[in-house]
Ligand binder design. Sequence first.
Ligand code: SAJ
Length: 448
Amino acid sequence: MESFILGIMTVQTSTFESLQAGIQTKQFTLGVVGLGYVGLPLVFEFVSSGIPVVGFDVNQSKIDQLSQGASYIQDISNDQVQRCNASGLFTPTTDFSILKTVDVISICVPTPLRKTKDPDMSFVVSAAKSIAAHVRKGQLVILESTTYPGTTEELLQPMFEAKGFTIGEDLFLAFSPERVDPGNTTYTTKNTPKVVGGVTQKCTTLACSTYAHAIDTTVPVSSPRTAELVKLYENTFRSVNIAMANEMALIANKLGIDVWEMIDAAGTKPFGFMPFYPGPGLGGHCIPIDPSYLSWKMKSFNYDARFIGLAEQINTSMPSHVVKTVGIALNNQKKAINGARILILGVAYKANINDVRESPALDIIKQLSTLGAAITYNDDFIPNIQLSKTDSMASTPLNTVEIQAFDCVVMVTQHSYYNITDIVNQASLVVDTRNATKGIASPNIYKI
Ligand code: SAJ
């Protein structure tokens, strides 16, 4: 509790009031731990709002690139980094001892899965330990990394309390899920509503006041675990509905129905329906991963999150369904996968981005190679792919291949640069996993 003499009266201001006043008057510094696709856009929004930001990362090469005005994130340009540097408000560093000088700390580190499908909390724990080593009275710490409900209160809070702090009195703690959609130019960090759940109401208030400077809308909720579950529900919603669309593809296939035509027609319903589409499988670092954080947590309650498990089962079966479709298509031309020359178009996990994490294309390539096919791939966004510790492939420029020389072309990710009509006209066979050939009639086109 601070106090100062005002005339004949001693006015006492609490730690909360001091921090709140600093935040409300933009007299505070933000620290962002983790300068990736979440942290760096956050840095940019706050610096653009005139707030000093210290960016922390363990990767010295990232700090060097930023210091030299270079970006390594698709959604942040070099010019934006240079503007941050020119403002004098941005300090990229690997020196975590500087954490004691900032007022608000946002943790934006990865939360991947281990090979055992269990959450890998090592990045969060490492960041939290670095913060705990330097944290001081009067700071606000906000975890943004997608994680299981309970992380903030069960993992982070005890680490800070062990240092003698009382959360909500002399140190403040909240969770606020990142909602960055890489490549989305419509919805950005600034205009995507920010859900905020503090350990106490004061924590929530401070976190909302912080984000209000750089983000258009804040959405306070009653606890960190509520905010943690909000994010997991959002992405489980997608995983389950995509799995439903994938199962509709399998059902429509057996019924001799074009699933894409069917979904487009269903999509004309103006209420109570939201179209999702089948595909070659579920890629990305969010949708295939996040639901597993929830199902893993629920095991500790001896509860089986069945929709999550079923969606994962269906979504992960889609690459095999694509391979089966390739086999049927070749067989109908009296060919086998074994020995076939196959061209894979698009390996990124979704169109027009340069991210291949969890991409189903990798699984499709591995399965076809195991069955004896000779694989070539093109993806101008992904120059190389690592299929195993020892096996990698390079993208082949489309203008250097003769499409007609391949026994089958598989459209896995429909980047905008593909001329579908041209591809169909040249190809002996096309297996289309994205309805890229919509409106093109040919006996040589097989859709999943
Ligand atoms: N996919 C389908 N069918 C669909 C939609 C997607 O097969 O109908 C596939 C995609 O090809 C991709 C995977 O699912 O392989 C995930 O696609 P996604 O559109 O969900 O894109 P992501 O993984 O980039 O998800 C992000 C998420 N953003 C955050 O977590 C902050 C997600 O919450 C967004 O809703 C999503 O972007 C979005 O809407 O673009």
